[in-house]
Design a protein around this ligand. Structure first.
Ligand SMILES: [Zn+2]
Length: 295
């Protein structure tokens, strides 16, 4: 990967050509137009199995307010059995189409063992494996985007657990977690929420699966095989992941209530210092375009 952190003021874009230091004018396939009011700050050249890509980081100097906390609240629980569950009772299955691609990958990797080191056939097979890896990651990303958009339909606020997926992945659940790409999904979800005007916030992750969302009673640890939340105290019964998502939603909503109160009695001025309506000075946006030829 090559990064050009500062492209400077000189003209470096014309039509479908980009001028890069040391490389000169290059032709590329523009995947989308640069929107009005944006300037290009940075260019990154990334080599993928399917070719060379140039990613442009854009910036604009206007205030873009973050979505306000209002509307229907939804909590989201990510898991290993179901990919995700919402506090409204929606269960999202793990995508099946990745299974067949993974099977194909394993087959190719097995075949690689029988190929002689340094041989042309081995080289060809390696290229094929790299392309398949790329296809799997593209397919997964596409699914993440579609799911994020679906989750944003008809809601006003989205709450997720504040989990560091990098440390989570190191545990015994490692392989599955990495495979599901939870970290990437949360980043995509955050971005889609912002784009769709849905308020997004992370909440404390502790004991979300051990508390009753209806009466707040600590119900004790559930085993992985226990698929149902059933409260001995109030009798509330639902899917365990839905219960966890409802706890996450409740935490998000009550955290909002607290910061509204804090602000109200803070300096007495309504609207000032409100932590819920943050605004960002600049906004970054990434565009990706494929380089056609490197001359
Ligand atoms: Zn209960």
């Amino acid at each position: 990967m090559i990064v050009y952190p500062q492209l400077g003021k000189a003209q470096f874009l014309r039509g479908n050509q980009i001028k890069l230091p040391q490389l000169g004018w290059l032709e590329y396939v523009k995947s989308r137009e640069i929107p009005d009011g944006f300037i290009v700050k940075q260019a990154r050249i990334v080599r993928k199995a399917s070719g060379y890509f140039v990613m442009l980081t854009l910036e604009c100097d206007i205030n873009v307010p973050s979505p306000v906390s209002s509307g229907h609240p939804v909590g989201l629980d990510l898991g290993l059995d179901k990919f995700a569950a919402t506090s409204d009772g929606l269960l999202i299955e793990r995508p099946r189409f990745l299974n067949s691609l993974h099977r194909k990958l394993k087959l190719l990797q097995r075949r690689l063992k029988h190929k002689q080191k340094g041989s042309n056939n081995r080289h060809k097979l390696n290229r094929k494996i790299a392309r398949l890896h790329q296809r799997i990651s593209d397919t997964r990303k596409d699914w993440h985007f579609k799911l994020a958009h679906k989750l944003c339909d008809d809601i006003g606020m989205m709450f997720v657990e504040d989990i560091d997926f990098r440390t989570w992945a190191k545990g015994m659940l490692g392989k599955h977690t990495l495979d599901a790409g939870f970290g990437q999904f949360i980043e995509i979800l955050k971005w889609v929420c912002w784009k769709r005007g849905v308020y997004f916030e992370k909440v404390n992750k502790d004991y979300t699966s051990q508390v009753c969302p209806q009466c707040d009673t600590h119900t004790g640890k559930k085993e992985l095989k226990d698929r149902i939340h059933s409260c001995l105290e109030c009798g509330y019964t639902t899917h365990r992941d839905v219960a966890a998502a409802q706890v996450i939603r409740n935490r998000g909503v009550s955290a909002l209530g607290r910061s509204v109160e804090e602000n109200a009695c803070g300096d007495g001025l309504a609207g000032t210092g409100n932590s819920l309506v943050k605004s960002r000075k600049s906004r970054n946006k990434s565009g990706e375009a494929r380089l056609q030829s490197a001359s």
